[in-house]
Design a protein around this ligand. Structure first.
Ligand code: ADP
Ligand code: ZN
Ligand code: ZN
Length: 751
């Protein structure tokens, strides 16, 4: 019996949306000329007892499986590839680099409706018109069937034909259309709605451009000087320095060359203001892709890019997979933002994929940020990226003044020091607005018993339950568990339970009491759940009356508040002492981002940071010398201990209901790692090492125990070699059924 097959009839090699990291061979559909099938089309195939939608990768004359074992694919779903060549290459690279199944990667790259097998032929309209050469006798007989006659009259009234939808709206009965067609009275045809290409819009601009200042002009030239060559430019400009204006003009340049532009923005950075700026500037269609869209809207956006109708696509992380036949420029705004990294399934970085896609297409990529990631700064220093700095705020705005306030031993009123209260008071008196930032939603981080000190913890996670007041409940922000607020301590039955620490609800309450007759607006995930809530609050803020804004990260990104002149950061300390080596980098970026909300127009801004550790050197450096010196200090530290970007890292996580299963799983993997390092000669100064297994920072989450194994290496290559040996071990582990495991290449969160 043959174990492989070679055959004159070709085989189809497909990627299927399953976790197995391999491709699958099928026989071509019956009565189908396989040589006409193009890579990138969808085919339905039997898989076990299910049917799944696969993507054709190639047709081949050889299979590793005997022909009688191969199943037959069903009819192809597309004529034209829905996964275009460059997206296929991008996904292949992503699947291999992030160690994930290609089929699942391709599936994620498609809009949900296409994943689920939606037939794109439906995008064409079914139309009906009168048939030629009608037998008059048949028309006469119609008078005996009045309903058919009525429908016939409707079709006849449209000599050029009409869509089925339109005819139905006019009163035609769809079922009768078919009967009339059988009688030879009418005929059907399909009409493909005309697509207007983005480059047919003239003029390209709706409003005129600003005159770039000298620094902006240099940045513009860096990105546009060789428009049809791959390059990566890091645009490092403080908030308000005019980065967006540079993007807009670079995009204009791209559109002038009849090419499309892709702009990636962070998850919550896509504010109505940003979008409005793009739509006000360009006459050419701008399509937006974000998580708030329904499946149909997403498909429409995808189609507008795919057909070359949209000139500009603005979208969050997954938009990096949007097919754009005329792509000529990719911009990644706020490139340091964590939301570019997917934290489940395939753990890709959209920023890094953007650079790879730019290389594939041979086009420029621009990364912009006020606080670039250490990785990108490092690449700029090594001249892998071009580096452009915008030091001045555009227009008349001045950089804000930053101040540390020591809160050790100070009396605080719900987290606010007296200095802060006074500053808020003065700001309001001047008719301006103040912004209070804290990274904790809810009323308080936890509830504690005054008698025995018991804290209310989540039974499923190593975490406290957050106290919420609107509506009142306890909530675990890690597993979403919700509980009513207990009246008594579950430990000692005391009734003296008190909130501990600050959340946005509590700050809102205290500030509203203190500053009566002033609008206090809380902006966080809870207060903006209702669809128009955020825009309602923003329009109050933009009226410009004195107001206090209280909020989380949501306030930090993308917004432009002209009247905000004071920014208060309630506490900056936790990030500097976190177990995550990226803690200081992240908190530094966040602080500057929030600080950047102040004084964005003519009035000067003032930033107050409350701290228990005013002598913390990193914090000092950030406040007195700015981000460049701060980042430089962190880079020196990272280099001394070979942490990224001076080395590479991969995190293997296993979770199970019993901690020992997760431990045992990774212990076996660790053993294999040690063996592979020996046999493959991966040790040594340029080599790799495996550390662990050890419990994750939050060991228990959603009732599962989490263990981790760190793989660290001086080169990407050796780390990759090691991973390629370890994945099959994990895939075939006898513990597989009890374990969920994941691979995170270049992890940003140590979880
Ligand atoms: P960033 O994206 O770096 O935060 P923006 O592009 O939003 O900066 O610019 C901040 C403000 O300065 C905006 O109101 C913008 O209209 C204005 N601005 C930008 N560039 C110029 C320029 N060259 N001349 C005048 N105003 C400018
Ligand atoms: Zn108690
Ligand atoms: Zn929980």
């Amino acid at each position: 019996m043959p174990t492989t097959s070679d055959c004159s009839q070709p085989f189809l090699r497909l990627a299927l949306p399953v976790t197995l990291r391999r491709l699958f061979d099928y026989l071509p559909p019956v009565n189908c000329d396989a040589s006409l099938l193009r890579p990138g089309i969808r085919l339905t195939v039997p898989f076990g007892r299910r049917k799944v939608t696969g993507i054709l990768i190639e047709t081949t004359s050889h299979s590793d499986y005997p022909v009688e074992k191969l199943k037959r694919a069903e009819h192809p779903q597309d004529q034209e590839a829905v996964i275009t060549d460059d997206i296929l290459q991008l996904c292949r690279w992503a699947a291999s680099y992030y160690q994930y199944s290609l089929g699942d990667t391709l599936s994620q790259a498609l809009p949900v409706m296409l994943r689920q097998g939606y037939d794109l032929a439906k995008e064409a309209h079914t139309c009906w018109r009168q048939a030629p050469d009608i037998d008059p006798a048949i028309i006469e007989k119609l008078s005996r069937a009045p309903r058919q006659q009525a429908t016939w009259e409707i079709v006849k009234a449209h000599p050029k034909g009409a869509t089925e939808v339109a005819l139905k709206a006019l009163g035609a009965e769809i079922t009768l259309l078919k009967k009339l067609a059988d009688k030879g009275l009418i005929e059907t045809y399909t009409h493909i709605p005309e697509k207007r290409p983005f480059h047919s819009y003239n003029p390209i601009l709706k409003t005129s451009e600003l005159v770039l200042n000298h620094e902006q002009q240099q940045a513009f030239e860096a990105i546009t000087c060789d428009a049809n060559r791959f390059s990566t430019t890091l645009l490092h400009g403080v908030t308000g320095s005019g980065k967006t204006e540079v993007y807009l003009q670079a995009i204009h340049n791209t559109l002038k060359q009849q090419q499309q532009a892709l702009v990636l923005v962070p998850e919550i950075g896509l504010t109505p203001q940003t979008l409005e700026r793009f739509r006000n500037r360009f006459n050419v269609p701008v399509t937006v892709l974000h998580s708030g869209l329904n499946d149909r809207e997403r498909l429409n956006g995808w189609l507008s890019a795919f057909h070359g109708e949209a000139g500009i696509i603005i979208g969050t992380r997954s938009s990096i997979f949007t097919p754009m036949p005329y792509l000529g420029l990719i911009i990644v705004d706020e490139e340091h933002d964590l939301s570019y990294k997917q934290q489940d399934s395939i753990r890709y970085s959209a920023r890094d994929l953007a650079i790879y896609r730019g290389k594939l297409r041979n086009i420029p990529v621009m990364l912009g940020s006020a606080t670039p990631s250490l990785e990108s700064l490092h690449n700029a220093k090594n001249h892998r990226y071009r580096y452009q700095k915008l030091n001045q705020r555009a227009g008349n705005a001045k950089p804000p003044h930053m101040e540390l306030v020591d809160i050790r031993g100070k009396q605080l009123n719900a987290g606010l020091s007296e200095t802060v209260e006074q500053a808020i008071h003065q700001t309001l008196q001047r008719g301006e607005q103040a912004l209070v930032f804290l990274n904790q939603r809810g009323y308080a981080p936890t509830l504690s018993c005054n008698e025995c000190g018991h804290l209310l913890d989540c039974p499923q996670c190593d975490a406290h339950l957050t106290l919420h007041r609107t509506p009142p409940h306890l909530h675990c922000h890690h597993c979403d568990l919700q509980r009513p607020i207990p009246l008594q301590c579950p430990h000692c039955n005391s009734r003296h339970l008190a909130p501990v620490g600050q959340g946005t609800e509590r700050s809102e309450e205290v500030l509203a009491k203190q500053f009566r007759n002033i609008n206090v607006l809380r902006i966080d995930r809870d207060s903006t759940r209702r669809k128009t809530a955020l825009s309602d609050m923003l329009s109050i803020i933009h009226k410009g009356e004195p107001a206090i804004l209280v909020g989380t990260q949501m306030l930090a990104k993308g917004h432009h508040f002209p009247k905000v002149t004071l920014v208060v950061i309630l506490n900056a300390d936790s990030g500097f002492f976190s177990a995550d080596f990226r803690g200081p980098e992240k908190v530094g970026q966040l602080l500057l981002q929030v600080a950047g909300r102040s004084g964005r127009s003519t009035r000067p801004g003032h930033v107050i940071i409350q701290t228990q550790f005013p002598e913390n050197q990193q914090l000092q450096q950030l406040v007195t010398q700015g981000y460049d010196a701060f980042a430089e200090g962190l880079l020196v530290q990272r280099q001394s201990i070979s942490l990224p970007p001076f080395g590479y890292m991969t995190l293997l996580t296993a979770e199970a209901t019993h901690a020992h299963d997760a431990h045992q799983f990774l212990a076996t993997v660790a053993n294999h790692a040690q063996q592979t390092i020996q046999t493959q000669n991966l040790a040594g100064p340029m080599g790799v090492k495996a550390l662990g297994p050890m419990p994750a920072a939050m060991e228990k989450r959603q009732g599962r125990y989490r263990m981790q194994l760190f793989l660290q290496g001086a080169s990407r290559g050796s780390l990759h070699t090691l991973l390629n040996h370890l994945i099959p071990v994990m895939e075939s582990s006898p513990l597989g059924r009890k374990i969920r495991w994941s691979v995170d290449v270049d992890p940003l969160e140590m979880g």
